[in-house]
Design a protein around this ligand. Sequence first.
Ligand code: HCS
Length: 600
Amino acid sequence: MIEKIKEIIENRVLIIDGAMGTQLQIADIKNESWQYEGKDLEGCNELLNLTAPNILEGIHDAYAIAGADLITTNTFGSMPWVLEEYGIAKTSYELSKLGAQLVKKSCEKFSTKEKPRFVLGSIGPGTKLPSLGHITYDEMFEGYKIMAQGLVDGGCDIFLLETCQDPLQIKAALHALKEVSPQTPIMVSVTIELSGTMLIGTDAMTIAAIMAPFNILSLGFNCGTGPKQVHKHVKALSEVCRFPISVHSNAGLPQNRGGVTYYPMQPKEFTELSIEFLEFNGVSFLGGCCGTTPAHIEALAKEASKIKPKKPSGFLKASLASLFNVVPLKQDPAPLLIGERSNATGSKAFRELLKANDYEGTLSVGQQQVRAGAHVIDVSVGFAGRDEREDMNKVVSLYSQKVALPLMPDSTQLPALEEALKQIGGRPIINSVNLEDGEEKFDAVCNLAKKFGAALVCLVIDEVGMAKTKNRKLEVAERIYDLCVNRHGFNPDDLVFDMLTFTIGSGDDEYRTAGMETLEAIREFQLRHPEVGTTLGLSNISFGLSINARIYLNSIYLDHCVKAGLTSAIVNVKHILPLNKISDEDRKACDNLIFNNHEN
Ligand code: HCS
């Protein structure tokens, strides 16, 4: 199916139909059509698939006659948690299936060889936002699976996730849809409010960064405002989005007329403004949302048929994202600074807050790092005697809502990592994958990262142990690179290799050359694979020294590493000094340690 759709949009715009909800508001629906098991459920539009199929058929047929290629099912709210508001969660599968069957009937009636019609399964968000904790990822995932199964069994050709308000909702839905029907293409359409972002605060560029790793047919906008207001967001999306773009706006900005919502835009103006989107590369699907009618779609289909869509050409460098911001994995100037203080083993203050179950308090540790200039926040909550999964859930959900930077969930435990990923609406980076426990666990972490669209830190540890010399580091890094790229299909840009460093501050003979081994491994690996990133838990280099000595040594070692090609570092951001703040004498002392220029 996906190939067929892609082939069509090479040549012409595909037309999505118009509104359903506002059409039902003006339809002649009998009182008895709102009755179910003795209850009056007026307002539950999806019930009409069962009780008033003729009304739905009429609307679907009218849109098909008007020229729509993709006819949307009346299933916007047929998820169990939405139907539960009417006490009929159990009908989710049935109403979804009936909804798809009704559209299929219209499609069969009006399809021709030149103009096939497709069943577009509408999947809304409901009114609960998982990023705000109104509903869990798991509840959404389970609910969407039931609904998706109904849609597929009823003959759905393409899923349409529409009116999305929260990227975490999109992820829960994508995972459910892929599990139920991996071959059915998925269109994702988000709603941008007048504020310029989705309800949760995500703008066009950020949603493009979050969606980039996923396998979707298209990304776009619907509802919220009108074609005038969405214009600049379509332009912004077109510049960064690698997918075809869909736009189905409302018939103008909704107005309140005597308590009734009114959509003022007539078909002619709606069409003129919608057609302007075709100037932007990638725009390949046009249609209507609330307030549009078959007359809007007829005018739009006629004009759109005269224009060939432009191919998508958007580009975005490999990036991480919070709900609110995009952060490229490679900063210019390097390095990307990853704050290390939200760490139960590395920070006593953070640990004490966790032990006291003061999750709000742990948030302040994250926010201090934002103020200190971090680009990403590492979150590591594992600590003996505590439930890591539970702590990950609590800390990461708060950070995800309230820290404006991307997150790096950090754990050796798969369930804790997975729990973190289920709380993150943005695009995270996992810390980390390694080969210490063999390839089975390695594969499991990679699968998790792929599923949630996360980037990945690759740590140079294998079954033998931590790689200490340059050659061992390179050997393990090459093996991990090969597995990630060739077995798991990672884009090398999304991989960040942690070359590991050991303390040179202890005076221990074994580690005297540790700084140099790591430095040279970074240099060589970045030369061999310029597209990947590298990172380092910088503080290890100075373990055992006084706090001042640590600050100097860390800052100077970081400078050497960056010159060797290091692209990021996991650091206490407050403790990184600019070189001009370090005297020549201190600098020399640090260099002697790093380069092992000992007098003995
Ligand atoms: N397909 C839905 C979208 C609502 S935002 C409808 O009612 O037209």
